[in-house]
Design a protein around this ligand. Sequence first.
Ligand SMILES: *Cc1c(COP(=O)(O)O)cnc(C)c1O
Length: 384
Amino acid sequence: MSRITDIIHSIPVDELTGAIAVPVYQTSTFVQQAPGVHKGYDYARTNNPTRTALENIVAQLENGHGAFAFATGLAAIDAVVKLLSTGDEIIAVDDIYGGAYRLFTHVYQKLGIKIHYVDTTDAENISDYLNDKTKLIWIESPTNPTLKVSDIQKIAAIAQPFGSLVVVDNTFASPIAQQPFTLGADIIIHSATKYIGGHSDLLAGLVVTKTKELSEKIKFIQNASGGILGPWDCFLTIRGIETIELRVKRQSESAWKIAQYLTAKSEIDKVYYPGLVGHKNHEVAKRQQNGIFGGMISFSLKEDTVDAASQFVTSTKYFKLAESLGGVKSLICHPAQMTHASIPREKRLSSGVQDSLIRLSVGIEDAEDLIHDLETALSKLKHP
Ligand SMILES: *Cc1c(COP(=O)(O)O)cnc(C)c1O
């Protein structure tokens, strides 16, 4: 059976009524026949049928044992860090999502968890920091915004003798391009706000677990801390999943064309896209992303200034200026003034986020229209 057929038919038909769409159970509690005697649902923080449906669909989508839906991507990340105790250590990709950096450094470090930020684009680099206190290896691949790629299989193999869990934030690749469990990961994180939701109309987070043991632990934390996804947003997330394969393939094909176009333009300095042969880990991306390089591209301008970038990002018509990514509408963002504005300039530059770096989230519009949009913005750069 093909992937798309699998995905569509993992979405259950309602047993009670035959409804083809998953019903929204907008309820806080469930009536019991006798104390403790019920139909598997007692209180909606613990279990809700709409959430159960979403969690089962996602577990299947990522080939995991279980999945757990949270109010945001960061709430999902938070639930995984709660597996740790004081004195434990995390090795995290140095180019980590800013919100995860803030959570690790400003919340968990002060509770006695030590974080090592490491350039994981060379897998061997983690060896210097691995020890018996290492509990999590935290990988994002590709990263934001410079699309760095790490070899998940190699990292998992190096971490294995130390018994550390390998966590992959699979938000940028999406389950269509990358299946971390087949590469040796133990836990997958998604900000479902992005490609899984896919329509820029909700916030949601997912934790997917490989084993029954991990499912039980995350389920406990989900119920104990309570940061669950509400039933309506569960419904919207399921609706997003129905079209994820179509969207991601289209976005990835268009992004590849746009990356080729940008590479050929004299006004553009560097183009960051895992699908380009010149990308540091292009071969790894090709292998571990099934040839689907994703819908995210970054590039810098020859005129490497904040002003030039500002001019560019306010000149596009279809690429809307906004943070976030993964929706059907294309977005453009200037990290130095937006997502990465809180990082001191020197630190930002050393991590490759130049003053003129511009990030694109390619939507499902026609690729030629998107290229024309960029062409117009480039011409305004020369003749403002
Ligand atoms: C957006 C994002 C998050 C956080 O998700 P929210 O839903 O915004 O809380 C985590 N990781 C990555 C890679 C992201 O892009």
